[in-house]
Write a protein that binds this ligand. Structure first.
Ligand SMILES: Cc1cc2nc3c(=O)[nH]c(=O)nc-3n(C[C@H](O)[C@H](O)[C@H](O)COP(=O)(O)OP(=O)(O)OC[C@H]3O[C@@H](n4cnc5c(N)ncnc54)[C@H](O)[C@@H]3O)c2cc1C
Length: 442
């Protein structure tokens, strides 16, 4: 059987093929975008930041942002570009994911026009490196129970952002330890002495010269099990004051006198609606995990087609690894599953794109996207973790050398099963979504 590579590639690239090709061309042309290994942490972080600045000058950045702020507003294209960038270095992918998908995304989805006007262009160009500060040491999966507070002071028309204790410090936050200048901080909003649930306020954390802002304490999370090109860190706020306008107020606003209003009366419903609009982050992690699995499979299968081990009985020739049925059974089902997941991911991208980028006014369409994204993220990142390990073993000792990339792919994708929603917790969400849909049929 002959395979026409060009036609297969067109089929796999799908609707956003030209964008994928454009990013592949950029990768080929830019020495800065070649994978490297073994850099010390600071040099690695500096390189990834430089790479991210390079990406910020390309279409990959613009695709994320609305046209009126200089973007091209094409979420399917943006996530396809992301999947392609993931082939270079997963630290770079996470760095730009934090900047565009999380920081830019939360301003766009939870903010209103004044925030868009003020910050979106600067987020797109990386002029304003930002962070998405949701997780705390004490609460990760259970975001609704975070304990950072944003208390409104009507006398000065400001919010006072405060970390009550170490358990409530922001933890693991990307872009915090080295580069971030502003954080989108998830906090319990308090007005008129009443709690209004989790909201997001924009808090400057460093000045233009990179010095921490007054009453903001920043700590480096240090060396991690992977993704060491990303500067994850911790944040404490000691009664930090920000103006009333710093509240991202699409789903809940505070008047100058402290009166709180929201288009969604129920606090829990409001919370899940807010989080639901950020679904594209999950879709991007799912796609990036699959990209890593594809790289690993390409390495292991090519190696299996050239590496020989043990002599054929009665002949003066050694056997090619992939001629062993055992070797085929290890790699080919993983390859077939990766193809299947690739098409599932493409279908999800299309659905997300058609559903207003995962911010659909149609509640049942939105719920369906959230359920699909949660399910596919869990299944595909677990699949990637297993596949990369299989590929590493399939390459024997050579698979363990850093230069062959498999150990790094393994280390970098490991945490994909945890961030953007822990996989086990996500599958519980999927079950809940399916049962709710089932109930609605009656
Ligand atoms: C490298 C890295 C980068 C990150 N970047 C960011 C960032 O930029 N911004 C940000 O806000 N956060 C970030 N995070 C935090 C990440 O999102 C959280 O780690 C994640 O949400 C899980 O929270 P947790 O670590 O508190 O784990 P926990 O919630 O404590 O979970 C621990 C274990 O308990 C299980 N578990 C929890 N609840 C249940 C339940 N109800 N039923 C059954 N089992 C359960 C989970 O499955 C898991 O195995 C990052 C984390 C890492 C490691």
């Amino acid at each position: 059987m002959t395979v026409e590579i060009g036609r297969l590639r067109t089929l796999l690239d799908g609707r956003w093929g030209p964008i994928r090709e454009e990013v592949r061309d950029q990768i080929r042309a830019a020495p800065l975008l070649r994978p490297v290994h073994g850099l010390p942490v600071e040099a690695y972080r500096a390189r990834v930041m430089e790479q991210a600045r390079l990406v910020s000058q390309t279409r990959s950045a613009r695709l994320f942002f609305p046209r009126q702020y200089g973007g091209e507003e094409d979420m399917g294209g943006a996530l396809s570009a992301f999947e392609t960038i993931a082939l270079v270095d997963l630290s770079l992918l996470v760095k730009v994911g934090v900047q565009y998908g999380l920081f830019g995304g939360v301003i766009r989805r939870l903010g209103t026009e004044r925030h868009h006007r003020r910050y979106l262009h600067a987020a797109m160009t990386m002029e304003l490196p930002g962070c998405f500060a949701m997780t705390e040491t004490g609460h990760g999966s259970d975001v609704q129970s975070i304990r950072t507070t944003a208390t409104y002071d009507p006398a000065r028309q400001e919010f006072v952002v405060h970390t009550p204790d170490d358990d409530a410090r922001k933890d693991y936050i990307g872009n915090v330890a080295r580069d971030g200048r502003m954080a989108a901080v998830f906090a319990q909003l308090i007005t008129g002495g009443e709690r209004r649930g989790v909201h997001v306020v924009l808090v400057p954390i460093r000045d233009e010269r990179g010095r921490p802002c007054p009453n903001v304490r920043i700590e480096d999370c240090g060396d991690k099990g992977g993704l060491n090109g990303v500067d994850n860190g911790r944040l404490w706020f000691d009664q930090v004051r920000v103006p009333r306008e710093a509240l991202l107020d699409r789903f809940g606003t505070v008047a100058p006198d402290g009166t709180y209003t929201s288009p969604i009366a129920n606090e829990t419903r409001r919370f899940f609606t807010m989080l639901g609009t950020l679904v594209s982050g999950r879709v991007s992690v799912s796609g990036a995990g699959l990209s890593a699995a594809k790289v690993a499979l390409a390495i292991a299968i090519r190696y299996g087609l050239t590496r020989r081990q043990f002599r054929v009985p009665g002949r003066d020739q050694e056997v090619i690894l992939l001629d062993y049925l055992q070797h085929q059974r290890r790699l080919l089902p993983a390859l077939a599953t990766t193809y299947a997941m690739h098409f599932a991911q493409s279908a999800l991208l299309e659905s997300l794109h058609e559903a207003s980028d995962g911010d659909s006014a149609d509640e049942s369409q939105q719920r369906q996207i959230e359920t699909l994204a949660a399910g596919l993220k869990a299944i595909s990142t677990w699949h990637s973790t297993q596949t990369i390990q299989t590929c590493r073993e399939a390459c024997g000792g050579a698979g363990y050398l850093s230069v062959n990339r498999l150990t790094e792919l393994k280390a970098d994708t490991d945490v994909f099963t945890t961030f953007e929603g822990d996989n086990t917790v996500l599958l519980q969400l999927v079950a809940k979504g399916l049962l709710t849909n089932f109930r609605d049929e009656f």
